[in-house]
Design a protein around this ligand. Structure first.
Ligand SMILES: NC(=O)c1ccc[n+]([C@@H]2O[C@H](COP(=O)([O-])OP(=O)(O)OC[C@H]3O[C@@H](n4cnc5c(N)ncnc54)[C@H](OP(=O)(O)O)[C@@H]3O)[C@@H](O)[C@H]2O)c1
Length: 309
């Protein structure tokens, strides 16, 4: 299939492009800069030049493709505190892509986060069957994508937990490491017993490909390998890697010490992928989060505090 991929130049895209190419697909990646375009051509993809907010460009590229994977996200707005703006840009892109694919039966695989379940599910791990109608960040986008199944799109949603690997330069873990370097300690909120699920980038990319090839219309999928690693364990691993102490902070101190991650740091978000495994025969095979945090690569990065993701 000839697949249009937004966000192909990003972290997850850097694994998805080769995953698609090695499995016989062609990739057209959206690139908003010369640098991103070069990253794509170096990986063997074709380039569609344009911005996520250039809806005409998205529409044309989606209509010409055999399927679409949507990974791009305005993290610049999210980090600046404009989560509503980031969510609206995501929705506008998805409405446009949905209109372009309506009635074709072509696949659209879009992206959500397991984090949306933190406010939905209590006292048990979240599953693919859990969703919300309450509205808001990620929730509206998920529900829009699922509703496209009724308009003749083979749509599916992949909920990502924190994604880790040597391909990860600006995600949750590098950001936590940069904050720890700046603070002089690895922070966790309260007793740090809250849990984050996780997946390796290569396993996540394989799930996107499987979803593209065969997920039933309207599927919600979980790219979850580690069902829930306590935040305290993550902070301890970062402290070890940086040879810095680990310290508890209060929720009120989280914005000061963890910046844009403050909202996520105290989140208790265990999640399972049992339904995804059953549906698509997806079995993660790559190292776990703690395996990766025990290796040197995350701690060899530059020491600049990156606030742009
Ligand atoms: N990584 C995780 O741990 C994680 C967890 C949960 C959910 N997610 C979600 O998964 C998706 C992919 O994440 P990621 O880690 O791959 O993110 P990433 O590394 O930050 O990549 C973001 C991608 O979006 C593109 N992009 C951003 N703004 C754009 C714009 N205005 N126009 C065109 N392209 C634009 C970027 O292009 P440039 O290369 O030009 O910057 C890049 O290709 C995102 O929706 C993210 O929120 C990720």
């Amino acid at each position: 299939m000839r697949i249009f991929v937004t966000g192909a130049s990003g972290h997850v895209g850097s694994a998805l492009v080769p995953e698609l190419l090695h499995n016989g697909h062609q990739v057209l990646g959206l690139a908003r800069s010369d640098e991103s375009a070069k990253r794509l051509t170096d990986r063997g993809a074709e380039v569609v030049r344009g911005d996520l907010d250039d809806l005409d460009r998205l529409s044309t590229a989606a209509a010409a493709a055999d399927g679409v994977v949507h990974l791009a996200f305005r993290h610049d707005l999210m980090v600046a505190g404009d989560l509503a703006g980031a969510a609206e840009s995501d929705l506008a892109a998805l409405r446009t892509i949905g209109d372009a694919l309506a009635g074709t039966g072509k696949p659209l695989v879009s992206t959500s986060g397991t984090g949306m379940l933190a406010g939905v599910v209590k006292d048990r791990p979240g599953t693919e069957a859990d969703f919300s109608d309450a509205g808001g960040y990620r929730i509206d986008a998920e529900n829009l994508v699922v509703s496209l199944a009724d308009r003749g799109v083979r749509s599916s949603i992949v909920r990502l937990p924190q994604v880790h690997s040597e391909l990860d330069h600006n995600g949750f873990v590098p950001s936590l490491i940069r904050f720890a370097r700046r603070n002089g300690f690895a922070a966790y909120v309260g007793d740090g017993s809250n849990r984050w699920p996780a997946v390796h980038t290569l396993d996540a990319a394989r799930l996107y490909r499987l979803a593209l090839e065969s997920a039933p219309a309207g599927s919600r999928l979980h790219a979850v390998q580690d069902e829930g690693v306590t935040f305290r364990t993550i902070a301890d691993a970062i402290g070890r890697g940086l040879q810095l102490p680990t310290r508890s902070i209060t929720p009120e101190q989280a914005p000061e010490y963890l910046g844009f991650l403050a909202a996520f740091a105290a989140m208790d978000n265990p999640a399972t992928a049992a339904l995804t495994t059953e549906l698509l025969d997806w079995h993660p095979t790559q190292p776990t989060l703690l395996d990766d945090l025990a290796k040197p690569f995350y701690f060899e990065e530059d020491q600049t505090l990156n606030t742009s993701r």
